[in-house]
Design a protein around this ligand. Structure first.
Ligand code: IMP
Length: 425
């Protein structure tokens, strides 16, 4: 098998992929992002510095790594330039180390306005999107009226495409005449102004991946969001608009399955979700609040408080299956340090019947009743522990149980945000 590694989220995002990618990246040469956009918020803590990246692969923090953003990403070019300014401020040199697929579709200002309009028009049941224009940009991509990065270098193509979109969207934007996000002349000028910045980063990511792989370079594929937000296999319509599972890596970078290598799934020791949608093990009372406070569960992109709940093994087994997960990275174990009892959902009760497969119908998921197994808590501080065998027995049992039930190996356990707060198994 290849030495390449794919890192994917196994819940509703925010599993701590940023830290896992940062740790694993030290042994890799290349880091490539394949899907999603600036809806992601990958937090990496190095020493006393905290970096929150949305589009740029977390690997950029390692000064010698080369990073790629694939065609499957919807790229907010202005957001990307803002992130580059943060790197400039931190003296992280990215020149010659960051490349973007020429065929990545762009998120433009009017996509953000559309995201807002669609959410408002859902009446009482908005999806709770990040309002970063992700859904509308993927919608344009699939409808074949998106603007790709390569298009911005040609006035004629750019104008033609913007004119088509103007015609298509005339009705919906009618009440927003004064909003500069749908002022196409302003969008044209704004896009033209970034050509110079993007020209050196433009590349054919698919052929680069094949070249680098053939040269024996080790590639880390960095997933964004999590399996339960996958547009096909997640809790649709309460999902994001991309394939957040391994399939998204293949199409989002233009590679074949054998290039992927080992699939590392990242899972929190409990569950969180932001935005609307079913969440069977959600805790809405005191215990949920405790998890939120101890885990600092506030969105890295929007600052919204995250919903919290116990680990859901039905959902996790589904996520492992659809990704072909080989190894697990279990994060935020320390958040459970003070709990007397830790619960894990083993199956769902649906109309007095026990079910251990994840329902394909999210409306059915809303009605399931989780069936729990209780584990005794370890009630001690795990944050400075760096060896699996030094963890309290109860914590080891909890982790072994997760590995056994999912048929995976444990790659690492994270017990804090810092790089050092990690147990490599
Ligand atoms: P969108 O991706 O902005 O369209 O949002 C759709 C759903 O996915 C919402 O519930 C968001 O909160 C959620 N979501 C999108 N990206 C992330 C992420 O990186 N972490 C957690 N939730 C996310």
């Amino acid at each position: 098998m290849k030495d390449n590694i794919a890192v994917v989220g196994l819940q509703w995002g925010d599993e701590g992929k940023g830290k896992v990618v940062d740790l694993l990246a030290s042994d890799m040469d290349i880091i490539a992002r394949c899907q999603g956009g600036a809806n992601a918020g990958h937090t990496v803590i190095v020493g006393d510095k905290k970096y929150v990246l949305h589009l740029i692969p977390s690997g950029i923090i390692h000064q010698e790594k080369i990073c790629y953003i694939g065609n499957g990403v919807v790229l907010d070019p202005f957001g990307l330039l803002e992130e580059l300014r943060i790197l400039d401020k931190e003296s992280i040199d990215y020149k010659g180390r960051l490349f973007v697929s020429a065929s990545a579709n762009l998120v433009l200002p009017y996509h953000k306005l559309l995201d807002q309009i669609y959410e408002e028009r859902r009446g009482g049941a908005p999806l709770g999107t990040t309002l970063r224009g992700i859904g509308p940009a993927y919608r344009d991509k699939v409808a074949r009226c998106g603007i790709r990065l390569s298009d911005i270098f040609d006035d004629k193509i750019l104008l033609e495409k913007l004119n088509d979109i103007k015609t298509l969207r005339a009705q919906i934007f009618e009440p927003y005449q004064d909003d500069e996000r749908c002022d196409y002349d302003a969008v044209f000028d704004k896009v033209c102004s970034i050509r110079e910045a993007f020209a050196p980063m433009l590349t054919n990511v698919s052929s680069e991946m094949h070249r680098l792989d053939a040269e024996g370079k080790k590639i880390l594929f960095e997933g964004a969001q999590g399996a339960l937000l996958d547009v096909d296999h997640g809790t649709y319509p309460y999902a994001t608009s991309s394939n957040t599972t391994v399939g998204g890596i293949l199409t989002g970078l233009g590679i074949g399955p054998r290039m992927v290598g080992t699939v590392v799934g990242v899972v929190k020791a409990y569950c969180t979700r932001v935005g609307a949608g079913p969440f069977p093990t959600e805790l809405t009372e005191e215990t949920g609040e405790l998890l939120r406070e101890k885990g600092g569960e506030y969105g890295a992109t929007t600052g919204r408080p995250r919903r919290t709940g116990w680990l859901d093994l039905v959902a996790l087994q589904h996520a492992c299956r659809i990704n072909g997960v080989d190894q697990l990275a279990i994060t935020k174990l320390d958040v459970l340090d003070s709990f007397e009892t830790i619960r894990v959902c083993l199956s769902y009760r649906i109309d007095s019947e026990l079910v251990d497969t994840f329902p394909v119908d999210p409306y059915a998921l809303e009605k399931v009743e989780p069936v729990y197994r209780d584990f005794p808590g370890w009630k001690s501080d795990t944050s400075s522990i760096t060896r699996f065998g030094h963890l309290p027995q109860e914590a080891q049992n909890y982790i072994r149980f997760i590995a056994d039930e999912t048929g995976t190996e444990i790659k690492l356990v994270s017990t804090g945000a810092a790089r050092a707060e990690t147990i490599l198994v």
